[in-house]
Design a binder for this molecule. Structure first.
Ligand code: NCD
Length: 307
């Protein structure tokens, strides 16, 4: 088993599949009255969040607690980070406290890689800048597999603000490893020319959402990340929705069995309409539930659990 999960590229097909299978076992636990396993009793998991998060932070906390680990939640606000303490000094503090795993979210791409060189425990990337978010890719793959029965040969469109999306990057890597065919869709300004080839040569690119929909098994909508935009990448929100937003009329172009995904948080009315987000094809709430199982599997396996 790998020690750290910094990138979806850390996972080969066998390891990724083992994590998904373990997540399925963990999901069975969620149906029980007592949702707890003694597996990580006595181990310490630190959640180190330098950037805002709702789903991911709560999900990692729930996952660690369901495995009976001791959980320390650290958020940059209200800590010595606001006094200017560096990531390295924070890491040395965690090291002194004996953290077995550190889950980190940081606005700087690459922060988990640096952290891994300063602490002895496992480092899990919970989102670093515009770089990667590997556990999101795992929970997304888990959701696709449980809804559609397979990943190999699946056709997946990832739509929207690819440029700023760590979710897109990790999904392209993991889905390709697991045999799915990814098409990136969005305005040319939000799909860097060389991104597809650099990430994974088999990845396709399209600027025309309407033409790709009839052929897809999965359409994953991305949030337009205005907080990361210094320039203007499209004429207006309205123009963006008109070309790349998923509304009911567009959703009907998908094959009958296809599912609609979104990692959250959503800009309802921009990249996705409320009718689509709340429809029976949407797996958005399911993705959140699956996130806990996927993260339990990651913590369990990285901290030395057996399959
Ligand atoms: C994403 C993130 O923070 O990278 N959300 C998430 O983790 N569920 C995507 C986003 O912020 O748009």
């Amino acid at each position: 088993m790998i020690k750290h999960l910094r990138s979806a590229a850390d996972l080969d097909a066998a390891t990724a599949t083992l994590i998904l299978d373990t997540a399925a076992e963990m999901a069975a636990l969620a149906g029980r009255e007592v949702k707890k396993l003694p597996t990580l009793r006595g181990r310490t998991v630190v959640n180190l969040f330098y950037e805002d998060s709702t789903r991911t932070r709560i999900s990692f906390e729930a996952a660690a607690k369901r495995l009976s680990a001791d959980v320390i939640n650290f958020s940059a606000k209200g800590s010595s980070v606001s006094k200017g303490e560096s990531l390295k000094d924070t890491a040395l503090t965690l090291q002194a406290m004996g953290a077995d795993a550190v889950v980190i979210r940081h606005s700087a791409s690459g922060a988990p890689h640096r952290l891994a060189s300063w602490v002895d425990g496992s480092v899990i990337n919970a989102g670093d800048g515009t770089h990667e978010h590997p556990t999101q890719a795992l929970l997304d793959a888990y959701t696709m597999r449980s809804r559609l029965g397979r990943l190999d040969g699946l056709k997946v469109a990832i739509v929207g603000d690819v440029l700023h999306s760590r979710v897109a990057r990790s999904n392209v890597l993991l889905l390709s490893t697991l045999g799915a065919q990814v098409t990136l869709v969005g305005p040319p300004t939000l799909i860097p020319v060389d991104i597809a080839a650099a990430l994974e040569p088999k990845t396709k690119v399209s600027y025309d959402l309407d033409s790709v929909l009839p052929d897809m098994d999965v359409v994953m909508m991305l949030r337009v990340q205005t907080e990361r935009m210094q320039d203007s990448y499209f004429p207006s929100a309205r123009e963006y929705s008109r070309r790349y937003g998923l509304d009911l009329a567009r959703m009907r172009k998908l094959p009958e069995h296809a599912i609609v995904m979104h990692p959250g948080p959503m800009n309802r009315g921009m990249e996705i309409t409320p009718e689509v987000a709340d429809s029976s094809r949407s797996t958005i709430v399911e993705q959140v539930a699956n996130g806990v199982s996927a993260r339990m599997a990651v913590l369990y396996l990285l901290l030395g659990g057996k399959a």
